[in-house]
Design a protein around this ligand. Structure first.
Ligand code: UFG
Length: 342
């Protein structure tokens, strides 16, 4: 039997494309919506190829309420996953209004339309950035949020609050916010993965592009932090595992297993890995050269953060499954696929 239909906004993006694959694998119908602001049709084609399903696609900007309404008129989905947001921390400092407009307006339009059309379940992409620099590791969902250090981080906090308040005020509306830790890797088919435009801001795309010879040398931002090897520590979550957390969240709401109408889950492995450890694992697993130098600290970086994923493990029934080595091998396979490297 076919499960219900899910609208995936931002479905051509990095996490959205992987989530679409896992939704289809789990038996859901999917409609993909994207405005290609940071993606292209290649990801949709990759998803269609992996799944063998001709998934419907609509080009739409979720900030354009009238255009977005047509998607609700046309398709009978009961659940939505909202990936359609801007995500570059540095850019958000330069262009705060762009971030507030894109990230908040698209969510508010989504909620308004869900209310108007009586659609029930929403999964929202939040981030561990809401915890700021935590006083204690690992962080649980109860760890207090710290004031945001960028407009991007602020939009994640504000969006969580908007969703919480809208759910509280709307009969039949349920929401789950997933606080992602650091998503990395790619689909094992190497048909979809992360494809940043311009110079990568995030660690793993910079690593893979350096290994591919596109960037000269990786800069490790800081080796004098109060951590065992002096570099920053993160919880790197495989993007396919992360995608499966969305399927679990949708299932929980569709099957009415949720305890509260608004819930939050950390989505991480529970393991902290330093930048230098990650760099060395990448070299070892893939057997490639990776020129690397120590550079000054990057402004605004958190020293260390990793998840306590117990709540997602026990309540959501989701657990990270892939090893860091598998994930780093997949990231490199994807980069090689994109660059046509043998
Ligand atoms: N790093 C380097 N060299 C690089 C890039 C990154 O050493 O070239 C280090 C950073 O200093 C940091 C770690 O690698 O210690 C991870 O950095 P990322 O930029 O990959 O990710 P962040 O932990 O900074 O995460 C940020 C936000 C998230 C957001 C994510 C994706 O905090 O909320 O970027 O945009 F989701």
């Amino acid at each position: 039997m076919k499960k219900s239909c899910v609208l995936v906004c931002g479905g051509a993006g990095y996490i959205g494309s992987h989530t679409t694959v896992e939704l289809i694998n789990a038996g859901y119908d999917v409609v993909i919506a994207d405005n290609f602001s940071n993606s292209d049709m290649g990801a949709v084609e990759g998803v269609r190829k992996i799944t063998g399903v001709d998934i419907p696609f609509v080009e739409v900007d979720c900030c354009d309420l009238e255009a977005f309404r047509k998607v609700f008129e046309q398709y009978e989905f009961d659940s939505v996953i909202h990936f359609a947001a801007s995500k570059a921390v540095g850019e958000s400092v330069e262009k705060p209004m762009l971030y507030y407009r894109n990230n908040l307006l698209s969510l508010m339009n989504m909620i308004d339309l869900m209310r108007e059309f009586g659609r029930h379940n929403i999964v929202f992409s939040s981030s561990c950035t809401v915890y700021g620099e935590p006083d204690k590791q690992p962080v649980t969902e109860q760890t207090p949020r710290k004031p945001a250090t960028s407009p991007y981080g602020n939009t994640k906090q504000m969006s969580e609050d908007i969703l919480r308040d809208a759910v509280a005020a709307t009969e039949g509306l349920k929401g789950i916010a997933l606080r992602y830790f650091n998503p990395i890797g790619a689909h094992p088919s190497a048909l979809i993965g992360e494809l940043p435009r311009g110079v990568p801001q995030n660690l793993v795309p910079y690593i893979t592009q350096t290994a591919a010879g596109i960037r000269e040398c990786l800069s490790v931002f800081g080796d004098d932090y109060p951590t065992p090897d002096g570099s920053c520590i993160r919880d790197y979550i495989d993007v396919v595992d992360l995608a499966k957390a969305h399927v679990a969240a949708i299932g929980r709401m569709v099957e009415n297993r949720n305890d509260e109408n608004y819930e939050i889950f950390n989505v991480g492995t529970g393991r902290g890995v330093s930048v230098l450890e990650l760099v060395n694992r990448f070299r070892e697993v893939n057997g490639v050269e990776l020129p690397c130098k120590i550079a000054p600290r990057r402004e605004g970086d958190i020293i260390a953060i990793w998840a306590d994923p117990t709540r997602a493990n026990t309540v959501l029934g989701w657990k990270a499954g892939r090893t860091l080595d598998e994930t780093l091998a997949a990231a490199w396979a994807w980069e090689k696929h994109v660059r046509g490297i043998e």
